[in-house]
Design a protein around this ligand. Structure first.
Ligand SMILES: NC(=O)c1ccc[n+]([C@@H]2O[C@H](COP(=O)([O-])OP(=O)(O)OC[C@H]3O[C@@H](n4cnc5c(N)ncnc54)[C@H](OP(=O)(O)O)[C@@H]3O)[C@@H](O)[C@H]2O)c1
Length: 267
C-alpha cells in the first residue's frame, strides 16, 4: 500500500520512474506501473527488472497510496473516473501532471487529496524546476512525501494555481523554446561566416549552458553580465541592441500562442 503508482509509461512517466530509481529515492519494489499498451509495460519491465507491473489502472490504484497520473491532458479525467471508485479515500494521494486540467475539474471526479505537478524534461539530467500545486485537501504528510520525491530529480517550486499556466510555459515548455533558440543561434553563426553546422551547434549549446551556470553561480543580473561582455569596440552591444528591439515582440507572441493552446488543451 506504500508503493508509488505511475499510470502512463510515456515520455514523462518513464522519465520519472528513471529519475526516482536512479536517484535512489525509491527502489524497484516501491514502484508500480500501468500503461495503455503492453509494449510500454514490456519496455518498463525490461528496463527495471523487479518493478511492479499492474495489468490495469484499477489494480494499480487499489495497491498504491501515491498515484501519479502521467497520461495526456485529454485522457486524465477518464483515468481518474476509472480509478476513483477503488482508491482508498483519505489515504490516497493523486498527482496529476496534466497541463491545463484544473484542480476544480479533477475534484469533480475525485474528492480526496489531489496535487498538480508540472515536471520538466530536463529533470532527466537532474536539472530544472518541478512546479507543485497542492489541492486544499492534501495533508501535510502527503505533501511532504510528494515534495521529497520530486526533489530527488531537481529543484522544486510551490506555486498558486493561478500562476501555474505561465510558470508551466517558462519551466516546462521553456526547454523546447530554448532548444529552438540554440538552433537559431547556431544557424545564424553558420549563415554569417561558414562555420560547419555541427561546430556551431556545439559552441551554441556550450555557451548557453555556461551562461546559465555563470548567472546562477555569480547571482549577477543579466544586464550586469551584458555590461561585462559589452566592453571595448561595441561588438556585443550591436547584437544586444538588435535583440532588445525585436525579441520582446517575438517572445510575447510565443507566450500568447502557448497560453491560448494551454487553455484549450484541457477542455
Ligand atoms: N512532456 C513534457 O515535457 C511534459 C512536461 C510537463 C507535464 N507533462 C504532462 O505529462 C503528461 C504526460 O505527457 P507525456 O509527454 O508523457 O505523454 P506521452 O508520451 O504521450 O505518454 C502518455 C502515456 O499515457 C499512456 N496512456 C494513455 N491512455 C492511458 C490509459 N487509459 N491508461 C493508462 N495509460 C494510458 C500511454 O500509454 P501507451 O504508450 O502504453 O499506449 C502513454 O505511455 C501530460 O498530461 C502532459 O501535460 C508533460
Amino acid at each position: 500500500m506504500d508503493s508509488l503508482g505511475v499510470i502512463g509509461y510515456g515520455e514523462m512517466g518513464s522519465m520519472l520512474v528513471r529519475g526516482f530509481l536512479s536517484s535512489g529515492a525509491l527502489r524497484v519494489d516501491d514502484v508500480m506501473v500501468s500503461s495503455g499498451s503492453q509494449k510500454s509495460l514490456d519496455a518498463c519491465a525490461a528496463a527495471w527488472p523487479g518493478i511492479g507491473i499492474a495489468p490495469t489502472n484499477t489494480d494499480l490504484a487499489r495497491r498504491c497510496r501515491t498515484i501519479i497520473i502521467a497520461v495526456r491532458p485529454q485522457e486524465v479525467m477518464g483515468v481518474l473516473l476509472e480509478i476513483a471508485p477503488v482508491v482508498v479515500e483519505g489515504d490516497a494521494h493523486i498527482v496529476s501532471l496534466a497541463a491545463g486540467v484544473s484542480l476544480a475539474d479533477l475534484e469533480t471526479a475525485f474528492t480526496g487529496q489531489i496535487t498538480r505537478v508540472i515536471p520538466t524534461i530536463t529533470s532527466s539530467v537532474g536539472q530544472g524546476t518541478t512546479l507543485i500545486c497542492h489541492g486544499r485537501r492534501v495533508g501535510a504528510d502527503a505533501a511532504r512525501r510528494v515534495e521529497r520525491l520530486f526533489s530527488s530529480i531537481g529543484d522544486l517550486m510551490l506555486v498558486e494555481e493561478d500562476d501555474l499556466p505561465v510558470a508551466t510555459l517558462l519551466s516546462s515548455c521553456g526547454p523546447g523554446l530554448l532548444a529552438a533558440i540554440i538552433e537559431e543561434l547556431a544557424g545564424a553563426a553558420v549563415r554569417a561566416g561558414g562555420l560547419p553546422p555541427d561546430r556551431a551547434l556545439s559552441l551554441a549549446t556550450g555557451m548557453v549552458t555556461a551562461t546559465a551556470a555563470y548567472i546562477r553561480e555569480t547571482g549577477e543580473a543579466p544586464p550586469d553580465l551584458i555590461q561585462h561582455v559589452a566592453t571595448g569596440g561595441g561588438i556585443t552591444g550591436a547584437g544586444v541592441q538588435q535583440l532588445r528591439e525585436r525579441l520582446p515582440v517575438v517572445l510575447d507572441a510565443a507566450f500568447a500562442a502557448m497560453l491560448e493552446r494551454h487553455d484549450a488543451v484541457g477542455e
